[in-house]
Design a protein around this ligand. Sequence first.
Ligand SMILES: Nc1ncnc2c1ncn2[C@@H]1O[C@H](COP(=O)(O)OP(=O)(O)OP(=O)(O)O)[C@@H](O)[C@H]1O
Ligand SMILES: [Mg+2]
Length: 314
Amino acid sequence: MPEPIVLAEGLRKSFGDTHALRGLDLTIPKGTICGVLGPNGAGKTTAVRILATLSDPDAGHARIAGYDVVRDAGQVRARIGLAGQYAAVDDKLTGRANLRMFARLSHLPRRQAHRRADELLERFGLTDAADRQVAGYSGGMRRRLDLITSLILRPQVLFLDEPTTGLDPRSRGEIWDNIRELVTDGTTVLLTTQYLDEADHLADDIAVVDHGHVIATGTPDQLKATIGDRLDVVLQDPDALNQAATVLKALTTTEPTTTGADRLSVALPGGSLKLADVVRELDRAEVAAADVRLRRPTLDEVFLRLTDRKQTVR
Ligand SMILES: Nc1ncnc2c1ncn2[C@@H]1O[C@H](COP(=O)(O)OP(=O)(O)OP(=O)(O)O)[C@@H](O)[C@H]1O
Ligand SMILES: [Mg+2]
């Protein structure tokens, strides 16, 4: 098997007493999107900065396309793009001027820099706004400009640190489309996000990071399968909530969560329980249900469970 295009083993990094990374491992196969998920302070940005050669690990090593991020930093930089957590574009310049500046900083000759800037503006739908000052851009346009500055040298691997934080659903959707397009062209993407639906929509594989290391990896479906299905019950009479909770707890040996005045949700361990059993037991306790249904868990539920109780899918 070829070496994955991104490979990190045992990365450690401390800032004084803060252990930002405590042995982080990550592998990303070429041409895929890896979503790195984790709560605030989990170590996502620290990991991205090390992989992008902006910071050295205290221990462990990482290779991008076979090149070591410390020893062969120049080779790595020639193959990657990075859009950081905070936009790096200059407010006072126009979109086009920003891109030309980044292209020149990337050592493209002037003519080529201009051509590449125009190409990217066109491709990512910013041509109309290209000659306006970035200060007047919306948050979405600014993020998109930031994303395309990282594409000037056609990177093989693109690091996106929270590419859609603070954007409205439409702008997020547009950035998702842009990211998918890049992957179709063969780019490998590592994106960090706090939005679980973003990882669910975009990522081939997810690495859940907590306290500086990876606590679970897998496809969104594999991660969901680890915690089993969920059962949602809506009651005809909200007064029966406690009684329904008792029945569900007895059936599942798990504490149900109240999801509304008249509804409950509970994890089904192993998915072995049948809907008919639930209905029968509720009936027997004389609890009238308006709706009983089984569903896959959301990635939010997986995340809450995983950051609670550690486990590995594969
Ligand atoms: N330059 C630094 N100096 C001191 N502490 C730092 C530095 N960079 C990161 N840290 C600490 O390391 C830990 C991990 O930070 P990091 O920025 O990697 O988290 P994150 O997962 O990106 O969080 P967020 O979701 O908030 O962006 C935090 O406790 C943070 O305070
Ligand atoms: Mg961060």
